[in-house]
Design a protein around this ligand. Structure first.
Ligand code: PMP
Length: 453
């Protein structure tokens, strides 16, 4: 006879398949895992099985699950108040978080607008840039066009999809989107073969410059994921591309929005990817790891130039008429402050170089695999791209689900991974142990072998 626990588990799985509508999932065939609890880098499923969280619960768990410092920060906050609206009220925890972010962020980003998810942080950045040109000291209302970088992913709301460029996700909604100029993907893997490495950045930048020149004074802002384009398949930009965009934005009198939602919070080895090239954007979006992967909170940071354009007499209606009910929620802000405290107490960024090179070492043998076209890594963001043919780098048709199959095998080997098409993504918590990095290497190898044989 089936045990009570087993019956309950079966029922949960059935409800999960029939009632819960999962993100980015085909519900006709859905049969996902159910996590009951977690500790550090490890998830425990309802059937007791343990899996290593190889993608940090979709790129956001920074210091592992149930970190005592973040847990305590949330509990302490609960003893004060869980929620305070940001419409006319405030709370010390939220204020402290804003102050701390301005201290850590690239220079000049002195103001913080909170929201609850990355897509909203991007919407806020777009709307702030748009409104800025209508009410800055010398208005340029013709600047209403955005220039997006490559096949970007900035979220799933209509504005963030408009500046996105991943056709499999976004093409369906084309009639709903506003017009955006999309520049080429500054890819260091799928790239023109006749351009040497050290000229690749300038090569792509010249194409961006051509668009800026052609559009004249119509560009409100350039928006970019810095250094690594996440959902596009962990595409790595050439060195100098980000700082080149900053230079072009200045030369053409426009602004730069940087979306650090995936790359921020230590993921690339520095606190922010912008720090690698000393870039200070006009607007910067944070989300995902901001709360250590605990609670939904996102932020759009702005410089004084933008902030000042929104100041004025009440009757002039220069305010930013935008807000989210839970924006700046103190419980989520407490988690974020807890996350930043762990960075300090555990010197997370100083520990990272060892972990980054360890991950590089375990993935190294895959570079020679006959069906691996590319192994790329920036910090603790890594990707293995499966190809049909290494000479041409011809991709497998996405409908063959090679990446999914590889990840299913990795799961059988104890590591939870979620692919992007033919790309296996590896993004463990920043404090992952060396032993667990080894396990990732073994599981990825087993997955690649099985999915390509
Ligand atoms: N920007 C980037 C670069 C992202 O990777 C994501 C999420 N994957 C988003 C924006 C959207 O964030 P959210 O899912 O929290 O809306």
């Amino acid at each position: 006879m089936a045990s009570v626990a087993h019956v309950i588990e079966e029922e949960l799985h059935r409800w999960d398949r029939e009632i819960v509508w999962h993100a980015f999932s085909q519900m006709a065939e859905y049969d996902g895992l159910i996590v009951e609890s977690a500790q550090g880098s490890w998830l425990t499923l309802v059937d007791g099985k343990k899996l290593l969280d190889g993608v940090s619960s979709l790129w956001c768990n920074v210091h592992g699950h149930r970190h005592p410092t973040i847990d305590a920060a949330i509990r302490d906050q609960l003893d004060q108040v869980a929620h305070v609206t940001s419409l006319g009220l405030s709370h010390p925890t939220t204020i402290r978080l804003a102050k701390r972010l301005t201290e850590l962020a690239p220079i000049g980003l002195n103001h913080v607008f909170f929201s609850s998810d990355g897509s909203s942080a991007v919407e806020v950045a777009l709307k702030l840039a748009f409104q800025y040109w209508r009410q800055c000291e010398v208005p340029e209302p013709e600047r209403s066009l955005f220039l997006a970088v490559g096949s970007a992913y900035h979220g799933d709301t209509i504005g963030s999809v408009s500046v996105g460029g991943i056709s499999r996700f976004h093409a369906m909604f084309a009639p709903l989107l506003f017009h955006v100029r999309h520049g080429p993907m500054p890819d260091t893997f799928r790239r023109p073969i006749d351009v040497p490495d050290d000229e690749l950045g300038e090569f792509y930048l010249s194409e961006y410059e051509a668009i800026l020149a052609e559009e004249g004074t119509r560009i409100a802002a350039i928006i970019a994921e810095p250094i690594v384009q996440g959902a596009a398949g962990m595409v790595v930009h050439p060195k100098g591309f980000l700082s080149g965009l900053r230079r072009l934005a200045d030369e053409y009198g426009t602004m730069l929005i940087v979306d650090e939602i995936a790359t921020g919070m230590g993921r690339t080895g520095r606190m922010f990817a912008c720090d690698w090239e000393q870039v200070a954007p006009d607007l910067m979006c944070l989300g995902k790891g901001l709360s250590g992967g605990y609670l939904p909170i996102a932020a759009t940071l702005a410089n004084d130039r933008i902030w000042n354009a929104f100041l004025g007499e009440y009757a002039h209606s220069k305010s930013f008429f935008h807000g989210h009910t839970y924006g700046g929620n103190p419980l989520a802000a407490a988690a974020a402050l807890g996350c930043l405290k762990v960075f300090e107490e555990e010197r997370t960024l100083e520990q990272l170089p060892d972990k980054i090179s360890r991950l590089g070492q375990v993935l190294e043998p895959l570079r020679n695999h006959p069906k691996v076209g590319h192994v790329r890594q920036v910090g603790l963001m890594a990707a293995i791209e499966l190809v049909q043919d290494r000479r041409t780098n011809a991709p497998y048709p996405w409908s063959e689900r090679r990446g999914v199959r590889a990840c299913q095998v990795a799961i059988q080997h104890g590591v939870w991974l979620r692919p992007l098409g033919n790309v296996m993504v590896i993004m463990p918590p920043l404090n992952i142990s060396d032993e667990d990095i080894e396990l990732i290497g073994q599981a990825v190898k087993a997955g690649v072998d099985a999915a390509t044989s």
